[in-house]
Write a protein that binds this ligand. Structure first.
Ligand SMILES: [Zn+2]
Length: 265
């Protein structure tokens, strides 16, 4: 009888200990995420903190993807002159895609989802026209200089990118259709706005965020960040790509460590 009581007692202690350990671990995770999200808008902080387990599970999958999928290319984070994607393919080799020019190149990694998106749009009676994709550092330099000559530096900074700071150099950014504000009102523009995320394409410069992205709204410019990336962006980052990229850029190491600690325990 005494032995049995001892066993029961040890079991109870074990339970209390485990529960205490779990609570402690959870508090540590929350504290860590609170610190990482401190400078983010409160809806984003709330989404992340109220579902830290789901957030870290999805974040782990995203961090396991090749890091260049989430690398920043903007006014504050320039890609070097030598950043040239290795898996560029000629889109003209895929006759199922509709192109405005035959010379367009895109990273192969984005191709299956782009084709899937194009097929599905077609099924809905909509043609997605691909107008601009990969741009080399040198080509962007030429474009930017031309823009400065035509419209002056101030306008060029808002509407074009200095060489090294364009997402197009990544090889996964696409400009669709007319490359103009009117595109938002076309069936294709509307369809993309509603559906592109399902295929891993994210609108890079939404309206109302020029102060954050550095660019005025571009309803035609999408960046491929994989379907896991768009899921993370929608669920936890208020559907703003720039916030998600910033968060990953600033916290990649801390997040990897945090996920590692949780898994070890
Ligand atoms: Zn663009």
């Amino acid at each position: 009888m005494i032995e049995k009581n001892k066993i029961v007692l040890s079991f109870v202690f074990l339970l209390i200990f485990t529960a205490f350990g779990c609570t402690e671990k959870k508090a540590a995770v929350t504290a860590s995420l609170k610190e990482m999200t401190a400078s983010y808008p409160s809806p984003i902080r709330q989404h992340i903190l109220s579902d830290s387990t789901g957030f870290l599970e999805l974040m782990e999958k995203v961090l396991n993807l090749p890091p260049e999928m989430f690398v920043m290319a903007d006014k504050k984070h320039a890609l070097g002159e030598n950043f040239i994607p290795k898996d560029l393919v000629k889109l003209a080799d895929y006759p199922d895609l509709t192109l405005s020019r035959k010379t367009l190149l895109l990273r192969k990694v984005a191709l299956p989802d782009l084709r899937r998106m194009s097929h599905d749009a077609q099924k809905a009676g909509i043609t997605i026209v691909i107008s601009s994709t990969y741009r080399s550092y040198r080509y962007q330099k030429m474009l930017f200089n031309r823009e400065v000559k035509l419209y002056g530096l101030k306008t060029a900074e808002r509407e074009s990118a200095r060489p090294g700071t364009s997402q197009h150099q990544l090889g996964v950014a696409i400009d669709f259709g007319s490359i103009s504000d009117e595109y938002a009102h076309t069936p294709a523009g509307k369809w993309l706005m509603e559906n592109a995320w399902k295929y891993g394409f994210s609108l890079s410069y939404p309206s109302g965020y020029e102060w954050l992205t550095g660019y005025r709204s571009e309803v035609w410019h999408y960046r491929y960040i994989t379907p896991l990336g768009t899921e993370l962006q929608r669920k936890y980052f208020d559907n703003v790509q720039q916030y998600m990229l910033m968060f990953i850029h600033d916290n990649r190491k801390k997040l990897t460590e945090l996920i590692g600690t949780i898994k070890r325990q």
